[in-house]
Each structure stands twice: as C-alpha cells, then as structure tokens.
Write a protein that binds this ligand. Structure first.
Ligand SMILES: [Zn+2]
Length: 251
C-alpha cells in the first residue's frame, strides 16, 4: 500500500468515526438545511402567487412620508459620493436624439417660452439692455436702422430701401461659401457644426456691390460682430482676401 493510499484510508476511518460520534449533530444540521430549502421554495411560490398584491404593498410603503424622507437622504448621499459619474451619465442621456427632441418640444410650449422671456428680460434689465419685448417694437427697429445707417435716431428718416443687386443669387452665395471652403473666415467654424448655412457678408456694407472680391463667408455670430467698427472690418477682410485669393482693392 502506498503512502497515498494509506492516507486515504486514514481519512476514511476518521470520517467514519466522526459520523458515529456525532450522529445527532449531523442529522440536526441536515434537518436545518432541508428546512431552509423548503422555506425558500415556499416563499418563492408565495411570491409568484401574490406578485401583484406584494408589489402594490411595497409601492404603498414607499410613498409613506418617512420612507420618502429616508430615500431622499440616501439619494443625497449617493449623489454627493458619485458627482462625476452622475455628470457623465446625465450628459450622455441628454445627448440622445429622442431626449433632445423632447427637450426642444418642451421649450417651445408657450408657458415655457414666456418664463424664459421673463428670465431673459431680468438679465437684460440688470445689464441695462432693452427688453425682449422692446426689441420687437417699432422704436427699437428704428434705432437699429439708424445705427446701421451710421446716423443719430433724430436724423433717421425711413428704413433703408436698399435692395440687393442682381448678382445676389443663391448660386453666387453658394460659390462664395465654396470658395471659402464652407468655413467662417473669422472664427474658422465649419458649416457642418452649424445649424444653417454660412452668411455671405458684404465687406464694404454696400448690398449693391455684390462681387466675389466684396463678399466673404461668416457664421451668424461673427457676422453680427461686423455691425460695429465698420471701417476696421472692411480693411480687415480686404487684406484677408487679398492675401488668400490675390484680390486687389482700390485704396
Ligand atoms: Zn464665425
């Protein structure tokens, strides 16, 4: 008999003796185990039979004020602990197209719009800007028109009747945007990142002077910047285009 087999025999012998000496203990343990198993099965069956009732009861329990307070407390703890994780998760959620569409729809509801306008007016009042309501008013339009014509409101006599010349066509504007590689010539943003096509700006502010030398692609935001300091902008864009495309301008 090898040592290994001898060991095995010894082990067997030990186990047999143990069983003999602890008969009651073992049978007790077996009983306990069977009982636990039976209980488990019974509970499962009970749950399956009374699923709806149990669920309703749990729901009722969760709506009790003390349960609500407890949940609030634990939620608070969780959000404090997982700030960054939550931030990332929320951002991901908000970028889902169906959620984006839902948010847009919500923002277009009249009561939500009114609230946003109120908030914006408060902000404007703080900064001394005209209110949103005022912006749509006749007086405000007159002020803008006078500013655009470079005159005082007292000297203003009628909205600019200046129309665009015959060169101002969709094809022309497309050609300018193509020439500028569909990029805003001021900030460099690409058309793909915008919600609408690039504006085509008249460098000398004369809408009757629609030539490729006098037009440049700008994003909406940059275009609005060109409404003041006109002379400076004119010089800036002329020098930019002469460098890029070799255009010549009369001084
Ligand atoms: Zn821009």
């Amino acid at each position: 008999m090898s040592y290994k087999d001898q060991d095995k025999e010894k082990e067997k012998e030990y186990q047999r003796k143990y069983r003999e000496n602890n008969k009651e203990k073992i049978s007790e343990r077996g009983k306990e185990y069977r009982e636990r198993l039976e209980n488990k099965v019974r509970d499962k069956l009970y749950y399956q039979k009374n699923k709806e009732r149990i669920k309703a009861k749990r729901k009722e329990r969760d709506t009790r004020p003390e349960a609500k307070a407890k949940k609030k407390e634990s939620d608070k703890k969780y959000s404090k602990k997982n700030k960054e994780k939550i931030k990332v998760r929320r951002k991901k959620y908000q970028q889902r197209p169906e959620i984006k569409a839902k948010a847009k729809k919500y923002q277009q509801r009249p009561e939500v719009k009114a609230k946003a306008r109120e908030k914006e007016n408060k902000r404007r009042k703080k900064l001394g800007l005209p209110s949103v309501h005022k912006m749509g008013s006749e007086e405000y339009k007159k002020q803008i028109s006078a500013t655009q014509q470079g005159i005082d409101i007292e000297d203003w006599n009628g909205f600019s009747k200046k129309q665009y010349d015959q060169n101002w066509t969709l094809e022309f504007r497309r050609a300018i945007r193509k020439r500028d590689n569909q990029v805003c010539m001021l900030c460099g943003i690409h058309r793909e990142k915008l919600t609408k096509a690039l504006d085509v700006h008249h460098i000398d502010y004369n809408k009757l002077n629609t030539t490729k030398e006098n037009c440049v692609s700008l994003c909406c935001s940059c275009h609005s910047k060109t409404q003041t300091n006109r002379e400076e902008w004119k010089r800036f864009f002329q020098s930019l285009l002469s460098k890029r495309y070799g255009y010549r301008y009369l001084r």
